[in-house]
Design a protein around this ligand. Sequence first.
Ligand SMILES: Cc1cc2nc3c(=O)[nH]c(=O)nc-3n(C[C@H](O)[C@H](O)[C@H](O)COP(=O)(O)OP(=O)(O)OC[C@H]3O[C@@H](n4cnc5c(N)ncnc54)[C@H](O)[C@@H]3O)c2cc1C
Length: 472
Amino acid sequence: MPVCKRPVSTMMLPERDARVVPDADVLVVGGGPAGIGAAMAAAEAGAHVVLAEHYGFLGGNATAGLVLTLASYYTSPAVSQESSRGSLLFPQASGGGKPVIAGVLAKLIKRLIENGGAWAPSVETGYIVPFDPEAFKLTALQMLDGTGVELLFHAFASGVINDNNGMSGVVFETKSGPVVAKAKIIVDCTGDGDVAAFAGAPFDIGREEDGLVQPMTLMFLMDDFSKPHFDSYVKGHPDEWNGVQGLRALMQEAIVKGELDVPREDILLFGTVRQDKVSINSTRITNVLGIDVWDLTRAEVEGRRQITQLTSFLRKYVPGFEKAYLLQSGTVASVRETRRINGEYTLTADDVLQARKFNDVIAHAVYPIDIHNPKGRGTLLKRIRAGAAYDIPLRCLLPLKVENLLVAGRCISGTHEALASYRVMPISMATGQAAGVCAAIASKTNQTPRNVVAEQVQSELIRQGAYLETQS
Ligand SMILES: Cc1cc2nc3c(=O)[nH]c(=O)nc-3n(C[C@H](O)[C@H](O)[C@H](O)COP(=O)(O)OP(=O)(O)OC[C@H]3O[C@@H](n4cnc5c(N)ncnc54)[C@H](O)[C@@H]3O)c2cc1C
């Protein structure tokens, strides 16, 4: 399927008028896990908040990307949990120690469970939280209802307004034409750091050696899956399955016959809140950058080509999938890695793996460094030691060179390896909450976030139920 050719020239656009919405204290751009955390927290800290989002619903990768499990935010236990594996569709317990994130995340999970849209983290789920994407959309809206946060959906940030003191607004493309939203403080939760980049904040992309980023994945759900048949197959072939991934021997058969050429080493799939539906994370789209519209177009086409192969493979080769069918794919192929905005501190792999502590800690995190090979097959996993968690400092949310701006979620300041840990949704929501609190304090005290004292952010986060106690 041909993709529109890349541009060969540029042209100057005519000037245009934009409509300007009334000023807010805090403007949050992007309504994914980080943006939900930031908007909730800023409002709870007393700010008048506008939350702008490209799609017509909240959740980001959790909904548009169909990424249906909140990664474990529990420390790993000192003893192996191999023997206490409860399910063949969830990881071998990837937690079981102490939870290190609470705050907005804990409220979201509680409400999702009350709405029948998620399972609590437990040995059975491997301490991850499987959830239903429609329940996530509804629950996120319910949580914001009554907080005073004003929503602007179908609004794509395409530029910024700067004045002498730093950023003062964001330009959105909408069906109503260009709209400008102004605010004292802006929080970039676009995942890609779009707003920070438009404002001139410096950033890095990809591995130090070659600039390559982790691959993209078009997630999909299959329905009419027979768990009992699948379970009995993998129980009889324990070397073929580790709880969420495997089936290499069956894949090899299909590869040899020319029926499968997906550049992944194995099949990665997760159970969902419904026993007859599985969430499949097995497409791998390499050599694409999630901030390049031509690459994004190619990724959607390639993702669907791989889904066609994978669904045929699963039905033909894998017991339990005989009658399964493709129920849904992501609204968009989801992106693991793009811009890392340079902040006052750059979190490193060493900080993650040594479980480093910082005085200006705003969130704890435990997810391993998890790098899907940018070039094709292979996945690198480096775990944090048992019982330990690392700190994310406030300085990682403070972009260099731009005032009145914070970043949160996947685009905070860190190296390619550190991002491979802090990119997951619970951590993104926690950095979002911290950015929202810092933004609210900055707006209330008429200062740029860079000058906000970290202890003030920490005490408001603790008041809002975040975990910031000292970990081992
Ligand atoms: C295939 C895959 C599997 C993953 N698996 C897991 C997993 O199992 N568990 C886990 O916890 N994490 C997982 N992750 C990681 C996780 O989903 C993301 O890193 C996380 O969602 C980042 O949160 P965020 O809020 O920073 O960004 P996003 O979730 O990407 O949200 C960004 C939001 O901003 C909006 N936006 C973007 N640009 C603009 C713009 N210019 N204007 C307006 N709005 C904009 C988007 O529409 C979106 O709603 C996975 C990621 C991928 C790609």
